[in-house]
Design a protein around this ligand. Structure first.
Ligand SMILES: Cc1cc2nc3c(=O)[nH]c(=O)nc-3n(C[C@H](O)[C@H](O)[C@H](O)COP(=O)(O)O)c2cc1C
Length: 199
């Protein structure tokens, strides 16, 4: 059985950071076990404590645990390429965010950003618990809105697959190499400039 590598054996930062940032990655090999309520609550608790504009907390998460009533509905939202490995996830999440400020009814220009901060909290919490947590844009947003009853004033933002680490051998063949080592990153000079935009 080929187990998932520890990202810390493959990644190094150029400057000191909390190791959890390196430890979090997006593999696909999962065991096929359902997630426990305790694990689920810890993930959403981490998301809950994210910062947001005016503390709007405008993210709303929907989930389905494997082998329960809503599982097939959530799985059916994913593009085939994501379904191929998400069949062994323990939980699937749909992230949504309210487009309108609750404080004054005006459009919220940062609702997607706020939701992304909550999602990253969730991903980092999952990494700290040794879980696979993999964000996905590859799903049908319109179908998600329709089948999950997401109201018009909310955007459907993201799906997240969560599971216990599994064997790389259980993945479809064309996905196996992607899980043998985590990705790297651009150097700081390519993403940061002092003063004006200079890339
Ligand atoms: C918003 C978002 C959407 C993504 N969509 C998909 C997806 O549909 N399918 C997939 O396999 N990976 C998806 N990913 C995972 C990225 O490919 C991955 O985060 C990126 O390659 C960096 O690798 P790492 O997360 O392992 O560090 C997505 C990630 C994010 C943040």
């Amino acid at each position: 059985m080929s187990t998932l590598p520890d990202a810390l054996d493959h990644r190094t930062s150029d400057h000191p950071i909390v190791p959890l940032f390196l430890q979090r990655w997006s593999p696909r090999a999962m065991s096929g076990e359902p997630l426990s309520p305790e694990e689920r609550n810890s993930l959403f608790e981490a998301a809950r404590w994210a910062p947001s504009t005016y503390n709007e907390q405008e993210w709303r998460f929907l989930y389905a645990v494997r082998d329960t009533a809503h599982w097939e509905t959530f799985l059916g939202l994913l593009m085939e390429a994501n379904q191929a490995w998400c069949v062994r996830a323990g939980m699937l999440i749909v992230g949504t965010s309210c487009k309108v400020m609750s404080r004054n009814g005006k459009p919220n220009p940062v609702h997607t950003l706020d939701c992304g901060l909550a999602v990253e909290n969730l991903l980092l919490q999952g990494a700290s618990m040794g879980l696979v947590c993999h964000a996905m844009a590859g799903f049908d947003r319109g179908k998600a809105r329709a089948v999950l009853g997401v109201p018009e004033n909310y955007d459907v933002e993201v799906m997240i697959a969560v599971g216990r680490p599994g064997s790389i051998d259980d993945l479809p063949e064309n996905y196996r190499d992607m899980d043998r080592a985590p990705s790297g990153r651009k150097p700081l000079e390519e993403i940061v400039a002092e003063g004006p935009f200079a890339f």
